[in-house]
Design a protein around this ligand. Structure first.
Ligand code: SF4
Ligand code: SF4
Length: 158
């Protein structure tokens, strides 16, 4: 992990008060305005930040996998879903399937995803900063400033 990523959780923690204040301002906006603002900052963040130089979410978080994700991944890997589940997955405390080990078993050394075209929906959607009704997930976004430099960028620029 590069030095900047190592410091991210600490930096995000030290700015938590500012980020909570920014979230309070977002809560006061109309939903469409909040979504528009996040969309603009999301585009700006990912114009500056290259996920292939990061992959922090694939190393630290990992997705929850739906049954549809499991079927799609098993098919790509030409495995039975039961074998795929036994080899790669565990149930977490909420009874959701998650990868047994992190970093993700499909993360390659150059930060590419080995199963990119079949990756779980949660991987496609992360960090969720371009989704509708951003106000409904604003607390999760604050938490993600500790892991994702793009979300940190967005909160610094709100
Ligand atoms: S943590 Fe954020 S910036 Fe890093 S790879 Fe994931 S989505 Fe991209
Ligand atoms: S499946 Fe791919 S995108 Fe999802 S965590 Fe693993 S390496 Fe990252």
């Amino acid at each position: 992990m590069n030095e900047e990523l190592q410091k991210l959780a600490y930096k995000a923690h030290s700015k938590k008060r500012d980020f909570k204040d920014a979230a309070d301002k977002i809560r006061k906006l109309k939903p469409a305005r909040a979504d528009e603002l996040f969309h603009q900052l999301h585009e700006q963040a990912f114009a500056e930040i290259n996920c292939l130089e990061c992959a922090n979410c694939c190393k630290q978080l990992g997705p929850r996998l739906t049954n549809s994700d499991i079927r799609r991944l098993s098919s790509q890997l030409k495995m039975k879903t039961s074998d795929f589940t036994a080899q790669y997955l565990n149930l977490d405390e909420d009874h959701d399937y998650v990868f047994r080990n992190m970093p993700c078993p499909f993360l390659l050394p150059d930060n590419y995803c080995m199963v990119y075209s079949s990756r779980p929906k949660a991987c496609k959607d992360y960090p969720h900063t371009d989704q509708k009704n951003i106000k409904s997930i604003i607390n999760a976004c604050i938490k993600n400033t500790e892991t994702c430099p793009a979300v940190f960028y967005i909160f610094e620029n709100l």
